[in-house]
Unconditional design. Structure first.
Length: 581
């Protein structure tokens, strides 16, 4: 259990410091309970100092203003081209490519163990267990998204995955899918049979609903774990540590722009998930306040919606009474998650050199630095589950004062790795799913994959499924929707999506998913000159030497990873130093 912050005293931990010795004096940011789900989401930062907003406007806000119109035109052109090449909307996807998308790249984050209910659901497909290990890719989170936009459809889904035992690589195969659809007439969920490849059209379309769940989950659950928990650490670090503390100097370049970026995502008027206003670059299947119901899965876990924990609350669901390994509660684990895929190997490869760097910096900390860090850690531990308390960082000596240098190094390295490598890799990989992956010469290496935010066909709920349009109240359509519905009728075809749906997805990609770095990890230097948000404010041969060494180590690692394009998910020069978009 996290230790409570120390009691106030007249002297406090910094008896010799004036308020001007702190970054923001009396005006430092501080965590608060989230506006939407106070205990279901990571703590948010609402009072952000003006200098941070000024930087955000210069490096991020102006980027959006300068590009929003041209990105809109470009996305419409891409969508028109896509609709000509694929009149039925999204391109077809082979089972081999479906395996790759779900199990080798960004979505491989979702591979998790089977739980007791899954053993019942897939009992007929769990065969040859002496030859295969079974797991799942779970999108049952979509049960909370019930009110979709007119003419669109959504379904919760679970995909059964197998992998040969003692597999030296990642030879995954998706072998079965079950869907769950909300029936607005009976006000209950209806489950489909378990589909396999033998089920033809039902299997073909069920895969798109799995991918719909995956794109919503990465946006609103798993990638939010990269963004939002770091805010409390960011705010407290800048408020309680003096400007000359070595931990602040180490983390400051990796906290740059982030609080404003995250606040804009959650509270911005033109955000993709604005609660009450839709914009043409918002590609989600439902309005903002509906899809935001997914956010608690990334902090509290699936049991946030357990009916047994909130009797009588109609927003809860007995389905989530049983713990689900796919949606654990967030815990700040200093060691990166072990994702069983090539993508996971790429991410974890970077943790080693970053941890080595952090450990070297920790070795240079003074006794005063440690005293201040103890106070810092106690405050963060109150807000972030799993973050080590001051006592844990100063153990395990019998006197409780011996610094645990390895524990602090792990904690700091995780923050740096998450803000730079993990965040940039997520964005780069998602952008390439939408737009395709290019080689170093700009040639298409991997074509775009289906990213079906929106599906305009009914989900298959029987094995004899035939493709049909989702139910639609034409009175609720927009003008664009009216035109596309007429075209669909004249063409006598049932498309998976409309061109305007594709345009929204591409517009969102160009604005928000495609990386637009303001400062790269590989450009950080040790200097006392200039902005400490854009370099390490280090002096002395030991610290400057550590920065030179980490940059050398990162370049060597990038060169090694680049030897295999399938494992080189993002080049070092495209990894941002912090969460900047």
């Amino acid at each position: 259990m996290a230790a409570l912050a120390p009691s106030a005293s007249r002297l406090g931990p910094f008896p010799d410091l004036a308020i001007d010795d702190f970054l923001y004096g009396h005006e430092g940011p501080w965590p608060q309970p989230s506006r939407d789900h106070p205990f279901g989401q990571a703590p948010a930062i609402y009072q952000i100092p003006a200098p941070e907003w000024s930087d955000w406007q210069t490096y991020v806000g102006d980027y959006y203003l300068e590009n929003i119109a041209q990105f809109g035109v470009r996305s419409a052109a891409i969508a028109l081209k896509d609709s000509i090449e694929n009149p039925l909307g999204y391109p077809d996807i082979s089972d081999a490519d479906f395996n790759t998308v779900l199990c080798e790249g960004l979505y491989s984050k979702f591979i998790s163990p089977l739980d007791a209910p899954d053993l019942v659901t897939f009992k007929e497909q769990l065969v040859d267990t002496d030859r295969y290990d079974y797991s799942k890719s779970d999108y049952s989170c979509m049960r909370v998204v019930k009110q979709v936009w007119p003419g669109e459809a959504a379904a919760a889904s679970i995909a059964l995955i197998r992998r040969p035992k003692n597999d030296p690589g990642f030879d995954y195969e998706v072998v079965a899918i079950q869907l769950q659809q909300w029936d607005s007439q009976s006000l209950r969920f209806v489950s489909s049979p378990v589909f396999t490849k033998a089920d033809g059209e039902a299997w073909r379309i069920a895969r798109y609903f799995v991918l719909q769940g995956a794109i919503h989950r990465i946006n609103l659950i798993d990638h939010t774990e990269v963004h939002f928990p770091s805010d409390a650490i960011n705010a407290i670090t800048k408020t309680v540590l003096p400007k000359d503390n070595l931990v602040l100097k180490l983390l400051q370049p990796h906290m740059w722009l982030t609080m404003c970026v995250n606040n804009t995502v959650l509270e911005g008027q033109r955000s993709l998930i604005n609660r009450d206003t839709w914009y043409p670059w918002s590609p989600f299947v439902a309005k903002g306040d509906e899809v935001r119901k997914l956010l608690p899965f990334g902090w509290y876990g699936s049991q946030y919606y357990a009916a047994s924990l909130s009797p009588g609350d109609p927003s809860k669901d007995p389905y989530f009474d049983a713990p689900n390994s796919a949606y654990p509660a967030f815990v700040y684990d200093p060691i990166p998650p072990q994702i069983p895929s090539r993508y996971g190997e790429f991410l974890n490869a970077y943790f080693g050199p970053i941890r080595k760097f952090a450990r070297g910096v920790v070795e240079q900390m003074s006794e005063t630095d440690w005293k201040e860090v103890r106070f810092w850690a106690d405050h963060i531990a109150v807000w972030i589950p799993g973050f080590p308390s001051g006592a844990e960082l100063l153990g395990p000596g019998a006197d409780g004062q011996s610094p645990n240098k390895d524990r602090l190094a792990d904690t700091l390295a995780h923050f740096i790795w998450n803000s730079s490598v993990r965040h940039s890799a997520d964005h780069q990989t998602l952008h390439e799913m939408v737009d395709g992956k290019l080689d170093a010469n700009g040639n298409l290496l991997v074509p775009p994959r289906p990213v079906p935010f929106i599906l305009r066909v009914a989900p298959p709920m029987t094995r004899d499924y035939g493709l049909k349009a989702a139910s639609l109240d034409s009175k609720k359509l927009s003008l664009v929707g009216d035109v596309e519905k007429v075209i669909e009728h004249l063409a006598d075809k049932t498309p998976l999506c409309w061109p305007s749906d594709m345009s929204s997805a591409h517009w969102a990609d160009l604005l928000f998913y495609m990386p637009h770095n303001s400062r790269q990890l590989c450009d950080l230097a040790a200097t006392m000159q200039g902005d400490p948000n854009q370099n390490y404010a280090f002096e002395g041969a030991a610290l400057t030497g550590l920065v030179a060494q980490i940059q050398s180590d990162l370049r060597a690692l990038d060169a090694e990873l680049a030897k295999d394009p399938a494992r080189h998910f993002v080049p070092l020069q495209e990894i941002a130093s912090s969460i900047q978009y």
